[in-house]
Ligand binder design. Structure first.
Ligand code: UD1
Length: 424
């Protein structure tokens, strides 16, 4: 018998009130991996309570670190790291496990990391991570599904990415911090989470120039030291709540958000008819529920994030007209289309371009989560759909949204979690 949680949502309630945005999943994961670069004790605060954080905790523990959780604070002790492996069982549940590759090979000269497979919505290669490490002198073989990396010393290298990969930039930045000589990363990712990782490395003693730009120069140092940090707010969680507030025609205040990281989303949501007010780290979204159609094309930061494409599709499915959504980052990331159609959404997909014709109303339906952001799109569609929506396989959402049903419930949504028996 397999049991899994599902959400039961009764649509139609406006969202009103305030919600605290948690720490960014995509910042805390590489930052936890950075702790492998120097022996000692680290304190990481504003850590969200997410399944991916628990997976990274298990991974660090399997390497030999001690990780204690106290509310939103993680204390990581990396004095006894002896097992330089990331096993398949952990990597298959979280691709970001690959972030331990750079630190392990750089610090210990050996790493065995399960090669991440594809994602529910398509291939997600890691060739840029591997090619970059090879350029730095690592000897890398793929054996029995594992990346086996060896190096006596990593040497600085000039690496120009074909495309600005977030993960490869993070991994190579970590590897380069302890390498011999200077590494240049050209066409590097400059997502805020990468900037936060670079800042954390700098506080550990790394010498990084160009932080926040696509041209990073990392001058290797012989050793680093532990440091403490506060995780930046999760811009995708914030964007998801902004869309939900607009769809339901409510007024929601996002507390502890970072408006500067959300400029592209804020522009688009205003264009689609919501009123957005910004006061320091507080963003207020107010809407009368009238959604204008607005096209988006996903792009690397500071463009519109691919991690918001699915939620934008839910919003556009109730817009007063047609819109075109193009994903240039992940052309296959559209598994939510078939599920959104079950609500009555009118969506046509041609390769990586979706044409969404807004309908007057969605109707509740049983739907299935296929991945993290797709799950978010189904939940917010359920919030406005007429009648009941059951969203199954929500283990995906627990990877990256902290207690989403509690946060939505506190804003007035009718949503509850139930245990579902899938096979008997
Ligand atoms: C990270 C985020 C994810 C987000 C994505 C794009 C984390 C933990 N995850 O994923 O939420 O959706 O950035 O913003 O931070 N690529 C290659 N070869 C590689 C690596 C990537 O071809 O070696 C391609 C990918 O297929 C994709 C593009 O580069 O088309 C961007 O991927 P990347 O930025 O690496 O995404 P992730 O780091 O996996």
């Amino acid at each position: 018998m397999i049991k899994m949680d599902k959400f039961i949502i009764n649509g139609g309630n406006q969202l009103n009130g305030s919600v605290r945005i948690g720490g960014a999943k995509n910042a805390v994961l590489p930052i936890m991996a950075c702790t492998l670069l120097a022996d000692g004790t680290y304190s990481i605060t504003n850590v969200p309570d997410l399944r991916d954080v628990r997976t990274m905790k298990k991974l660090l523990e399997s390497i030999g670190a001690g990780v204690e959780t106290d509310g939103g604070t993680l204390t990581v002790n990396t004095r006894n790291c002896v097992n330089y492996e990331a096993p398949y069982d952990l990597v298959k549940t979280m691709r970001a496990s690959i972030y331990v590759l750079g630190p392990l090979i750089s610090r210990f000269g050996y790493a065995k990391v399960s090669l991440p497979g594809g994602c529910a919505w398509g291939p997600r290669p890691v060739n840029l991570h591997i090619e970059g490490l090879r350029k730095m002198g690592a000897r890398i073989a793929i054996e029995n599904g594992y990346i086996i990396a060896r190096a006596d010393t990593l040497k600085g290298a000039h690496i120009s990415f074909d495309l600005p990969s977030v993960g490869a930039t993070g991994n190579l930045m970590m590897a380069a911090a302890l390498a011999e000589g200077t590494t240049v990363l050209e066409n590097a990712a400059r997502e805020p989470e990468i900037t936060a990782t670079a800042q954390f490395l700098t506080s550990m003693g790394a010498r990084i120039e160009g932080t926040g730009t696509d041209h990073l120069v990392i001058r290797g140092v012989p050793s680093l030291h532990p440091a403490d940090t506060l995780i930046i707010p999760d811009r995708i969680e914030a964007g998801t709540f902004m869309v939900a507030a607009h769809m339901t025609g409510g007024e929601v205040v996002l507390e502890h958000a970072e408006p500067a990281h959300l400029a592209a989303v804020i522009d688009k949501i205003e264009e689609s008819g919501a009123r957005v007010t910004i006061e320091d780290r507080r963003i207020t979204v107010a809407s009368d529920g009238v959604v204008s159609p607005v096209n988006i094309t996903t792009a690397v930061y500071p463009g519109f994030p691919t991690d918001m494409q699915a939620q934008w599709m839910s919003l556009m499915s109730v817009a007063g007209g047609s819109s075109v959504l193009t994903d240039t980052i992940y052309p296959d990331r559209f598994t939510h289309v078939a599920e959104l159609r079950r609500f009555g959404a009118d969506i046509t997909l041609d390769h990586n371009v979706a044409i969404v014709k807004g309908v007057a109303a969605l109707s509740g339906a049983p739907v299935m989560s296929t991945d993290l952001r797709a799950s978010a799109s189904l939940i917010i569609a359920g919030l406005v759909a007429r009648g009941q929506t059951d969203v199954s396989r929500i283990y995906h959402i627990d990877r990256g949204y902290e207690h989403i049903e509690k946060k939505l419930g506190a804003l007035g949504a009718d949503i509850r979690r139930e245990l579902e028996t899938l096979i008997t």
